[in-house]
Design a protein around this ligand. Sequence first.
Ligand SMILES: NC(=O)C1=CN([C@@H]2O[C@H](COP(=O)(O)OP(=O)(O)OC[C@H]3O[C@@H](n4cnc5c(N)ncnc54)[C@H](O)[C@@H]3O)[C@@H](O)[C@H]2O)C=CC1
Ligand SMILES: C[C@@H](CO)CCC[C@@H](C)[C@H]1CC[C@H]2[C@@H]3[C@H](O)CC4=CC(=O)CC[C@]4(C)[C@H]3CC[C@]12C
Length: 385
Amino acid sequence: MASDSRFGRPGTVAAGMADSAQAQKLVYLVTGGCGFLGEHVVRMLLQQEPQLRELRIFDLHLGPWLEELKTGPVQVTAIQGDVTQAHEVAAAVAGAHVVIHTAGLVDVFGKTSPETIHEVNVQGTRNVIEACVQTGTRFLVYTSSMEVVGPNVKGQPFYRGNENTPYEAVHRHPYPCSKALAEQLVLEANGRKVLGGLPLVTCALRPTGIYGEGHQIMRDFYHQGLRLGGRLFRAIPASVEHGRVYVGNVAWMHVLVARELEHRAALMGGQVYFCYDNSPYKSYEDFNMEFLGPCGLRLVGTHPLLPYWLLVFLAALNVLLQWLLRPLLLYAPLLNPYTLAMANTTFTVSTDKARRHFGYEPLFSWEESRTRTIRWVQAVEGSAQ
Ligand SMILES: NC(=O)C1=CN([C@@H]2O[C@H](COP(=O)(O)OP(=O)(O)OC[C@H]3O[C@@H](n4cnc5c(N)ncnc54)[C@H](O)[C@@H]3O)[C@@H](O)[C@H]2O)C=CC1
Ligand SMILES: C[C@@H](CO)CCC[C@@H](C)[C@H]1CC[C@H]2[C@@H]3[C@H](O)CC4=CC(=O)CC[C@]4(C)[C@H]3CC[C@]12C
């Protein structure tokens, strides 16, 4: 496989597995394979899944980097398509052994309408499930989100919770609502008979806030800091803990789940797993500074510089401005009532369910995840000059 300096090769685990003599017989489909997470899943599969014969990458927008993958031993098939179009999904799924469904509209800034978010995230997922059933694909891994649990509308903390921790999961925002509905569809589909009579095996992974190479919001914060003379201003108390997970480990968990679903169908089918690693529990801003600090930015203030009521007011003002300006331009700042509530509510997971069920251990240590992310931010800086 052609190498990409942004991603590199994972350290030691299974290095060279793809060169081993194991039979290459499996066809995988990754929806959303050109997105932030999807690209990592694609590259991880090519590096770590020795049984892969063909990898199909389905996305609304195909990236130019796909070309370099086509020279390797695995057949890489790029499919430009839309998950909301059932026939396009069915054509892509036909003949695949495993589908990893990461495609989705990740919008908490009001860029897209609630109807579109629902259409892509819910109807798109329904189309993927139906395609599996109709064409005989038996294994479906769905990228859900911690957001299907919380933070909820009451802003109640979820502290070091696991998959069984009781929590009032009540949402109003279109994104978590859509992810929760889609996850439910995926879990309910477990056990349905697919073409040929065998049962569909599904499971859902719930990453916390993902970070790493390619993370658009990190890029946005970095550029905002540069515009403010190398400073960011603390808005959230340092005591609010936020769960984060490195994208390489999220990708690795997808690869492992996809591999193990067949052998452990009875245990894993219909299950949800939080996606976690050893990244430290910190506030959203303090965590970002782990990467932005070494790139020359400074977080000003040990306490929030603005009172919370003022942030609430500014967030509401942004909603009003977004609405007023909509006929003229898309105004979608980072701060709105939803993102403020998210950033201001403790939500951290502590679980070993994935380790117990399918032997997951993070592939990248915290130090490595941090180093890789810093290197990427530095490259963003280099390319911006
Ligand atoms: N970024 C995060 O922190 C988290 C993301 N997730 C989930 O992970 C998945 C991937 O998210 P990201 O990589 O962050 O987002 P992303 O926006 O970078 O990637 C999503 C991909 O899906 C594709 N896509 C969107 N609409 C499509 C459609 N109608 N048909 C086909 N492809 C379509 C996009 O072109 C994009 O390549 C999503 O399902 C998201 O809900 C879950 C937890 C956290
Ligand atoms: C008030 C601002 C002051 O600096 C900080 C605003 C930060 C927000 C933009 C982010 C805080 C929490 C993030 C979300 C969280 O990590 C969980 C998510 C899961 C997903 O499935 C998609 C992304 C996201 C919603 C993520 C989006 C950005 C934040 C709201």
